[in-house]
Design a protein around this ligand. Sequence first.
Ligand SMILES: *[C@@H]1O[C@H](CO)[C@@H](O)[C@H](O)[C@H]1NC(C)=O
Ligand SMILES: *[C@@H]1O[C@H](CO)[C@@H](O)[C@H](O)[C@H]1NC(C)=O
Ligand SMILES: *[C@@H]1O[C@H](CO)[C@@H](O)[C@H](O)[C@H]1NC(C)=O
Length: 224
Amino acid sequence: MSSSLFITAVLAVAALAAPFSSGNCDIQHAQLGLPANQTALAQPSGAPSFVLLGVGVQNYTCSTNGTYLSAGAVAQLFDISCHVKSPMFDNIQDVAFARLQATSRKDDCDGDIIGMPLPRMGDHYFVTPPSGTGISPVWDFRAFGRFKGNSAATVLAAKVANLPAPDGAENVDWLQLKSISGDLATQIYRTDTRGGQPPASCTPGSALVSIKYTSKYWLFGSTV
Ligand SMILES: *[C@@H]1O[C@H](CO)[C@@H](O)[C@H](O)[C@H]1NC(C)=O
Ligand SMILES: *[C@@H]1O[C@H](CO)[C@@H](O)[C@H](O)[C@H]1NC(C)=O
Ligand SMILES: *[C@@H]1O[C@H](CO)[C@@H](O)[C@H](O)[C@H]1NC(C)=O
């Protein structure tokens, strides 16, 4: 690499990293921005407990009628709670999505995938709920950082409402969810989604597909 190219690359990385290095954690003033003209999702009450960047895949199986059915998701969760006032905050899901699209890596690599120095907070995945039917989403902080080993730092939730992504049909719906069990949150919102939608049709019998996505997740009412 030539030295000028090298310097350009270093400056680019520094510019990306700078807003995150001296975060003034002011989550009390974080605003969940729902479109003004929508009525599907209720506005949450109070300040969020955590604001997360989710980076992962939405899974789909092909049903017998040739349409894709949701089969859950797997995502890494990064803490962006301290960056709600950063100039990068509004578009962080776009930066992460571009980097995710550009990599073939699917393994767990603590932020390498998105190339941003964000702390890994936890995992998002799906499990069979206590009722024994279907699958339910979980947000789980028990394996990382300051919540490592804290058995209360997880929440299993159920969907309350969905809103088609206001910024493009290629993006998965925005969601409002409520806690079924666990202390990590009482309410959860998924907003600012990028990607994650399946192809319009499929050949019955074809394999599960995993479609890359990023989003913000907002957790309210934590008692951990
Ligand atoms: C609602 O607002 C969004 C922008 O937030 C706009 O894209 C959309 O067209 C609006 N929808 C209606 C039905 O007015
Ligand atoms: C296809 O089948 C699934 C259930 O297997 C159902 O949920 C979905 O609504 C069906 N879609 C159409 C277009 O009939
Ligand atoms: C979703 O797909 C990924 C592979 O892309 C896989 O690791 C994960 O187990 C799948 N999850 C579900 C719930 O099917």
